[in-house]
Design a protein around this ligand. Structure first.
Ligand code: GLC
Length: 805
């Protein structure tokens, strides 16, 4: 038996790395996974918790998650098994019956599915939760095996608490919301058919009600014969009880309640008898059909889907989909940690962030934020390699929220088609960033001529015009001395009170603007847009002059200037003296002269680097500064007030690599991998298989504790920094180049990558123990000069690239 991979006391990875295996359910927090497609989505914890939704988690929530509740992570998608002889019952997902004696427990989070195996009272249970590849529903595939020497008669109770509609309204107005629910048993479907008679689509806490119907029926069925049901949560659970001891399960008798009004549950009972050693296969299926469908059961392919063989085929399809997805990038380096992350969990997390934004998680509860424009244009970075068509559609959609002056909403809500304009100064600039990344990957210049209307305007513009306007908007928002106005914040959301009057400045914003000016230059050249080229090149140089004239503090770059002109992020202060983004992006943008870039990164290394990554600012604020903002109200050492904020920390890695400090960059990269940062798991607490948004720094007594796992820009950046910069396969308009930045100890590595319809098989050798630089290269056996590879000029689908450092 090989030793378990990357073990913690609760868990390890499967040998093929594709599954994260939890062996002790008493983890420090619920550990989640996702199952989803474009039509239906859910998160699922290792105890069966989490919620489901369609399209958006606020406006179209299907099942309930109870916020701020104890015990954690309730309710969920539960199946209780009851031994009719002894009367004992237990859950197949451990919760909610966590006080029973489980002789075995194991949870496997895979890509798009979660499988929980248990054994209680000599009944082995296996429940696999998944959302099929393109079905508007979810499956709980179950197998029960009688491991005892006697025949067993079992009752099964599958249930889920329903929400159906606006999740925020369900919290603030549930006693009135209850007057609109319907749950009925549909004998033809052998299912509970559930709906709500109205639908709140706006998020305003407002007494004026819309006059809309929730447009779906939700069906809930089991594949074994149904012996009873309940639609009333009260009736099923009983008085003064919880999901851990429902009255109907204890009595063994369902009440067959149907509701018009009341708290809805979908609860079904079934019975099986199992001879010694025998198994039974069954499933629970929950799906939604629009009310406009005249034949909802054929729409849902009901007959076939109520059949375990079909569901097993669906599961196989899902596995194949993810095999294909992950095949897009395969790496083989001398470092097992890097391989584990880059081959499976990092691209998987990136796929989740692309579809969930910062909005559908245990820590991002789906009630507030919608999709952030800034986040959207970054979160494409993983998915674009594999599913560029979906990315294309997403970009075109997001551009609808750009105004004709080039500014944008800050966030938007898919179904409600609204959003907020918050005046975060950086947000529009992520448009050129994202579009350039899309073009660099795909070479699909056709997108630039697509026409998209400006928000709340009759005017339309091509994608290219949208891109140029975003930059021109930023150029129109400089102060008299030519530094970008910060307005209500920039990438750091909580630097929100530095410049509300329109005089305060963002130094990071100057670097970010310059970075974008430089990034779009090859495109402007290609389009022969001489005017924009001249405008942007001049602006770039002017920014260089301005920041270096006004924004250097002696050992590092200042972070910002307030409306009253006083600086933020200077040595002379007693808190918030140095901010990470100004030191990293001065290098990433190319604006820092070599000497200052070196010095800024030296200061970063001296003052901000911690064992698990790089601190976002230091010292953390301990006193409120009204004219800095929310950051100073947050407790020191957490979140943006001085935590290791992984998204920004990843940029520190990037800047160190670009600046030639490759060993340090690679070292921090490695320490940031959750496999490593989560090693002290009882302190770290959250999932050790995906990046968390932040880890508390030494400025907080819980140093090393992570939070806000899953939905963070860290996922795409760490993936692409690993792939593009460490392994060095960097995409550009003209093609792809191989430009490694690796630890000198790596003797060789391999990367396979899909790119513009070809498969690149890259083998890099490092006989001299260097950190960077390719000296010799062959493609398909033919010697070429190292540089950009125009893959289109090579015949065949596969390019064998041999490179020597
Ligand atoms: C969150 C937001 C992101 C922001 C960051 C720092 O991750 O989603 O947009 O830049 O916090 O404030």
């Amino acid at each position: 038996m090989p030793a378990p991979l990357f073990p913690t006391k609760y868990s390890h990875f499967s040998d093929d790395l594709r599954e994260f295996v939890i062996t002790d359910p008493r983890t420090p927090r619920p550990w989640f996974n996702y199952m989803w497609n474009d039509r239906y989505a859910g998160l699922i914890s290792h105890t069966g918790g989490g919620f489901s939704f369609a399209e958006t988690p606020r406006d179209n929530r299907l099942t309930r998650m109870r916020y701020n509740c104890l015990p954690w992570d309730r309710p969920g998608r539960y199946v209780l098994v009851k031994d009719t002889e002894s009367g004992k019952y237990w859950s197949l997902s451990w919760a909610p019956t966590i006080d029973r004696t489980y002789t075995a427990y194991e949870c496997r989070h895979g890509q798009g599915y979660t499988k929980i195996k248990t054994e209680v009272e000599e009944i082995a249970g296996e429940i696999t939760y998944f959302v099929p590849v393109d079905y508007p529903g979810e499956v709980w595939r179950i197998r029960l095996t009688n491991r005892s020497a006697r025949p067993r008669s079992l009752q099964l109770y599958a249930f889920v608490e329903l929400m159906m509609g606006n999740a925020l309204n369900d919290i603030i107005n549930q006693p009135n919301d209850k007057h609109f629910t319907d749950v009925h048993f549909d004998p033809t479907a052998q299912a509970l058919r559930c709906t709500r008679r109205y639908w709140v689509l706006n998020k305003k806490v407002s007494v004026s009600q819309p006059n809309l119907e929730w447009p779906y029926h939700l069906y809930f069925t089991m594949t074994t014969p149904i012996t009873g049901f309940d639609g009333s949560l009260d009736a099923f659970i009983g008085r003064w009880r919880s999901e851990a001891n429902p009255e109907c399960v204890e009595s063994g008798k369902m009440k067959n309640t149907e509701i018009t009004a009341g708290d809805p549950v979908a609860a079904l009972q079934s019975e099986v008898t199992l001879p010694p050693g025998a198994s039974v296969d069954l499933a629970v299926l929950m799906a939604i059909a629009p009310k406009t469908e005249t034949d909802p059961l054929s729409y849902l392919n009901w007959k076939a889907m109520r059949n375990v063989e079909t569901l097993d085929d669906e599961f196989q399809r899902l596995r194949n989909k993810w095999d294909d997805y992950l095949r897009a990038v395969k790496v083989q380096t001398p470092d097992a940690d890097v391989n584990a992350m880059l081959n499976v969990w990092n691209p998987y997390q990136a796929a989740v962030t692309f579809d969930m934004a910062r909005n559908s998680g245990y820590y991002h509860g789906g009630l507030l934020f919608g999709t952030g424009i800034r986040d959207q244009f970054q979160d494409i970075l993983g998915t674009v390699i594999v599913e560029s068509n979906r990315v294309r559609a997403r970009l075109l959609n997001a551009l609808r929220y750009q105004f004709r002056d080039g500014s944008t909403l800050h966030n938007f809500f898919k179904l409600a088609d609204t959003g907020e304009k918050t005046n975060h100064s950086d947000t529009p600039l992520w448009i050129p960033f994202g579009i350039m990344e899309y073009l660099n990957e795909t070479g699909d210049h056709g997108i630039l001529d697509e026409v998209v209307a400006y928000h709340q305007s009759d005017e339309t513009g091509t994608v290219y015009e949208h891109l140029v306007r975003a930059i021109d908007y930023a150029l129109a928002n400089l102060t008299d001395r030519g530094i970008p106005k910060i307005w209500n914040g920039d990438w750091n959301d909580t630097l929100d009170k530095i410049g509300p009057e329109g005089k305060g400045e963002t130094v990071w914003g100057a670097f970010f603007l310059a970075y974008n000016l430089r990034k779009v230059m090859p495109l402007l050249r290609l389009r022969r847009d001489v005017q924009a080229q001249e405008r942007f090149a001049a602006a770039y140089e002017q920014l260089r002059t301005n920041v270096n004239k006004h924004c250097w503090d002696g050992d590092w770059y200042i972070r910002a200037f307030r409306d009253d002109g006083t600086p933020v992020g200077v040595a002379a202060h007693d808190q918030g003296n140095i901010f990470i983004n100004a030191q990293t992006w001065c290098v990433i943008s190319g604006l820092a002269p070599k000497e200052r870039g070196d010095k800024a990164l030296e200061s970063l290394k001296k003052l901000l680097v911690r064992p698990k990554g790089v601190q976002i600012c230091w010292p953390s604020y301990t006193r409120v500064e009204e004219n800095v903002g929310l950051i100073s109200r947050c407790v020191p050492g957490k979140k943006e007030n001085g935590a290791i904020f992984n998204h920004a920390s990843s940029w520190a890695v990037l800047s160190l690599l670009l600046n030639g400090d490759i060993e340090t960059g690679c070292d921090i990269y490695k320490r940031m991998l959750p496999l490593n940062s989560a090693k002290d798991i009882d302190r770290y607490e959250v999932e050790p298989y995906v990046f968390a948004e932040y880890i508390t720094s030494p400025d907080h007594p819980t140093e090393g504790q992570a939070s806000h796992s899953w939905l963070t820009g860290t996922a795409v950046w760490m993936f692409r920094i690993g792939l593009d910069h460490i392994l060095g396969l960097r995409t550009e308009l003209a093609g792809i180049s191989i430009d490694p930045h690796i630890p000198a100890a790596w003797k060789e590595y391999r990367v396979e990558r899909r790119f513009r319809g070809k498969r690149l098989m890259v083998h890099v050798m490092n006989p001299k123990g260097k950190n960077s630089g390719i000296t010799r290269m062959t493609i398909n056996g033919v010697e070429v000069s190292p540089g950009i590879i125009d893959v289109g000029s090579f015949a065949g689908d596969v390019l064998q690239i041999e490179a020597t450092m």
